[in-house]
Design a protein around this ligand. Sequence first.
Ligand SMILES: C[S@@+](CC[C@H](N)C(=O)[O-])C[C@H]1O[C@@H](n2cnc3c(N)ncnc32)[C@H](O)[C@@H]1O
Length: 240
Amino acid sequence: MAKKPTGKNTSGRGLRDLTVKVKTARGRRLSSTRWLQRQLNDPYVQRAKAEGYRGRAAFKIMEIDDKYRFLVPGARVVDLGCAPGGWLQVAVPRVNALGEKSGKKVGTILGIDLQEVESVAGCDIYQLDFMDEGADDQVKEWLGGGADVVMSDMAASSSGHKQTDHLRIISLCEAAAYFAFDVLDEGGTFVAKVLAGGAEGELQKLLKQKFTKVANFKPPSSRSDSSEKFVVAQGFRGRT
Ligand SMILES: C[S@@+](CC[C@H](N)C(=O)[O-])C[C@H]1O[C@@H](n2cnc3c(N)ncnc32)[C@H](O)[C@@H]1O
């Protein structure tokens, strides 16, 4: 049985340091061989497996929240693009979704994805495209009101062309931001993955109008050869 996620120690240090070499096999593309080699040698992949998380992405939200502290007991959280569920697993103890921390407020977590997601105790998960007409109202209905946190680790499918992919993820992120403007309550937080590379300036400008604080952060667990980073916008000014 997988161990219960602890949500602690986000360093990734102290792990086995034996490099696994993967031989190229007939029929396997070089890029797949490289991916496999990287996975087998990635301490975060090994740690996710050992600690029962559904993916290495779990460490990114831990590190982001360790710095910005928005997953607090009682928070109402919407996780856009939540499959396979690593971010949900991290959020559960932090917002006290299972009510295990006595005397602390109990949080609510709602996950959404295009794909079916295996259930996570303490979360309500729906298969939905967040860009569907009325998805924001539907989410508020499910939540029974507004949210304190809208977080997104969504990635648009890759075209293999760096600039096209960058523009795709920025527009996905922009759509997620407009979704957050409809769903967040005043004071709320929006966290989203973006790719560094030029076109994110407009998004930053928009977020600065809507939130009192906007920061960009690359968590240590984000691969150094990836241009991904996370925008963390806090203090939603509310709908005017
Ligand atoms: C990188 S994964 C998220 C990983 C997740 N944070 C975790 O820790 O397990 C990105 C997800 O975004 C979802 N996604 C992409 N576009 C979406 C959309 N328009 N609506 C809902 N989900 C979407 C994909 O199906 C995919 O499962």
